[in-house]
Design a protein around this ligand. Sequence first.
Ligand code: ATP
Ligand code: MG
Length: 299
Amino acid sequence: MNEITKAPDHTVVNLQEEYNKTDIQHIIDNLEADLVGLKPVKARIREIAALLLIDRLRKTLGMEAGNPGLHMSFTGSPGTGKTLVALKMADILYKLGYIRKGHLLEVTRDDLVGQYIGHTAPKTKEVLKKAMGGVLFIDEAYYLYKPDNERDYGSEAIEILLQVMENQRDDLVVILAGYKDRMDVFYESNPGLASRIANHVHFPDYSPVELLSIAKMMLEEQQYKLTPEAENILLDYIQIRMEQPLFANARSVKNALDRARMRQANRIFETSADLVLTKTDLVTLLPEDLLKSRLFANR
Ligand SMILES: Nc1ncnc2c1ncn2[C@@H]1O[C@H](COP(=O)(O)OP(=O)(O)OP(=O)(O)O)[C@@H](O)[C@H]1O
Ligand SMILES: [Mg+2]
């Protein structure tokens, strides 16, 4: 066995130096800038980053650094940023040296579970092989488990997953994602899985004002702008859309903006075909680009 040589107690390590080496501040700053809202999620990420950094320092001094299992559960409604945050998480874990490659592989039940006997194990193992050194993100993880079907192959995938989560946790982080209530039920029926997940992170629904900020950020990235009136109309739109079925938070907003851009293009085309256009014309979204939405039709 390897004897670990311990540094004497008065050896110093420079936290700031280690910190700078990781470039982690940069990611955390980006997190603040790129992610609207999600306060508890950001706080959680900072905690995990701090833990990993301290672990690194302890290792430098020859101390036991544990090997915190970092498997996670992300719960929340559609479009609340789970995939986005998982990508950032993969980056952080990579920069802190926890995983070798830092890629994210997003899968669902169909990628893991086969249709016929004998198909599931090779399928699951293949996915795990691809995910090694990075993050495996399993969306709507509860579909893996079908309690009403005894012979469902999903449980075979879960078994293999469990083993790898335990034995190769220094080289793979698994994130299970889905709606909160369904995930809770899933964990109740799969205590083995639940006990291997150290971090449960919940993504709350966004408020209308947060969604408006997200919209403005998305538009800025694409070099579009709302007039002040158009901004008010978008806020109305968001408030109405939230009450409707299949609302998917930031994703619904993104889709609405895509359609508004299409209407803007159409408007410009129809009204100014023979005119010279300015940059402002091309950048600006007007109220009518939003008001033509079906959502406002019966009002
Ligand atoms: N807080 C946020 N700030 C900025 N953009 C966001 C934020 N949350 C989500 N988005 C954007 O909204 C879109 C949907 O987010 P994402 O795909 O991460 O949601 P999700 O929770 O994974 O949804 P689903 O459960 O449906 O897969 C993406 O384009 C993402 O970049
Ligand atoms: Mg997603």
